[in-house]
Design a protein around this ligand. Sequence first.
Ligand code: HSE
Length: 438
Amino acid sequence: MEPVKIGILGLGTVGGGTLNVLTRNAEEIARRAGREIKVVQAAARDISRSRICSTEGVALTENAKEVVSNPEIDIVVELIGGDTLARDLVMNAIANGKHVVTANKALIAKFGNEIFSAAQKKGVMVAFEAAVAGGIPIIKAIREGLAGNEIEWLAGIINGTGNFILTEMRDKGRDFADVLAEAQRLGYAEADPTFDVEGIDAAHKLTILAAIAFGIPLQFEKVSTEGITNITREDVNYAEQLGYRIKHLGIAKRTADGIELRVHPTLIPEKRLIANVDGVMNAVLVKGDAVGPTLYYGAGAGAEPTASAVVADIVDVVRTLTSDPENRVPHLAFQPDALSTLPILSMDDVVTAYYLRMHAEDKPGVLAEITRIMGERGISIEALIQKEPINKDSGATVIMLTQPVLERNMNQAIAAIEKLDTIRGSVTRIRSEHLNSQ
Ligand code: HSE
């Protein structure tokens, strides 16, 4: 049988890794796919640059459009990232009847609805396993492995760069900027690293996970997103004293009123497995009604871990090339005409526990006032620490953990506490989740 012909767009970290894996494991991959897989053409911004892979036997071009219109090519692998040129190229590839494999989370999160609709009309596949959590086959696990479940919630460490920064801050007391620079050098960070530290990259990935978990359209603009730039060593240390770790989580939860879709730093009990996922590693905890909690762990970024997912998608596409398009696994796990219109909740309507830190004057009655404000809004305190002032002018630091509460009520309580004469500056607030099997 003729080999399946591949065109790659982008020969950077992931493109180079993909070419290396396809070459090194060619025989094993062909045994799995049932056909030889051959990369015939690749586009790169500068074809004279030195790379991590050999491009022997691959026609190189600086014009990506040549690849998407090359009649010889069956599958276009988009690894250039971004959502402008990549969007045009993917839409063109689909219009030209080519299957697409992409690692581009921004593209799928923002334009996936239109891309999948075009692909369905044309009878081609768009596979995107590498878009979420690098090498962890989380899309396949949720879409296929958990297809018998009603998914109740999922929570994931889905940005390796952010996790690396938080881990190094905690373990080695390193500076935020210094660790970020190292993540950039190692090729983990996004082209614009604010996407990593402000939670945008995680929000892209959460959008995709929520769509396939709950059968809802991709709704990136509705994810509530908070980054890790305000996390201090002080909070990391207090969290540890309370038996918690701070992780940057993407959380999607089904409630009676709709879907919670949020990315934010989160205190998690240190005994949870996911609290011990460190460095650039990713992990996604998924709770299904039948299976209970399941945890998926692995490298969330890097050349070959991401290539592992890209190549798995290529194999998947090759295996189903001859199948009837109507009988393929739907792009978003649920049949396109069966997507649900469940609303995405605003943060005001989210219920979660909180870690609070504030500076208070060291005099009688201060704590009583704070607890009165909390009590009036139905907020129950689970733990409380007061650190004595360092000198007579510095205030006392008060740290508390609350029981789960409606965010709207917590916002009102914080505003009232900040108005007290005895409170200095603003209240630091970090959400907290138990992530138990309930
Ligand atoms: N910048 C991303 C991360 C790369 O750090 O997780 C993988 O999507």
